[in-house]
Design a protein around this ligand. Structure first.
Ligand code: AMP
Length: 114
C-alpha cells in the first residue's frame, strides 16, 4: 500500500468519484467539497509540492489546467466562472503532499482568499 493518498486513488486502493482519467492525469470529486463543484486534478506522477516541480513536469502541470477547463465546461461553469487553486506546504493549507489543482465553482468566491 502506498503512503500517498492520491496514489491510492490512482491505484484503485481507495474509492473516489472519478470524473476524468488519461495516461497522465486523474480528476475526482473532493471528499469534503467547499463549493457545489469541487474537483481535484492530479498528475499520476507523484510530485510532492509546487517546490518539487521540475522542467520535465511542465507539460503535465500545464495539462492540469486544460483538464480543469474541460471539466468546468462539462459541468456548465465556463461562462459563470470558476476558481482553480494549488496550495504549497503547510502555511497555504496543503494537507496531501502530491500536487493537485482544486477546481471550485457554483458559488461566489471572495478575494483575497482566507
Ligand atoms: P490540500 O489541503 O490543498 O492538500 O487539499 C487536499 C484535499 O484532498 C482536501 O480538499 C480534502 O478534502 C481532499 N481529500 C482528502 N481525502 C480525500 C479522498 N479520499 N477523496 C477525495 N478527496 C480527498
Amino acid at each position: 500500500m502506498s503512503e500517498d493518498l492520491f496514489l491510492k486513488i490512482i491505484d484503485r486502493e481507495i474509492p473516489a468519484e472519478i470524473v476524468h482519467e488519461d495516461d497522465e492525469v486523474i480528476a475526482f470529486r473532493d471528499i469534503n467539497p467547499k463549493a457545489p463543484l469541487h474537483v481535484l486534478i492530479v498528475p499520476k506522477k507523484r510530485i510532492r509540492t509546487i517546490n518539487d516541480i521540475s522542467e520535465d513536469d511542465e507539460k503535465v502541470v500545464g495539462k492540469l489546467f486544460s483538464v480543469a477547463r474541460q471539466i468546468a465546461g462539462q459541468e456548465g461553469y465556463s461562462d459563470e466562472g470558476y476558481r482553480v487553486v494549488m496550495n504549497c506546504n503547510a502555511a497555504a493549507g496543503q494537507t496531501v503532499f502530491h500536487i493537485h489543482l482544486h477546481l471550485l465553482a457554483g458559488r461566489a468566491f471572495t478575494w483575497p482568499p482566507g
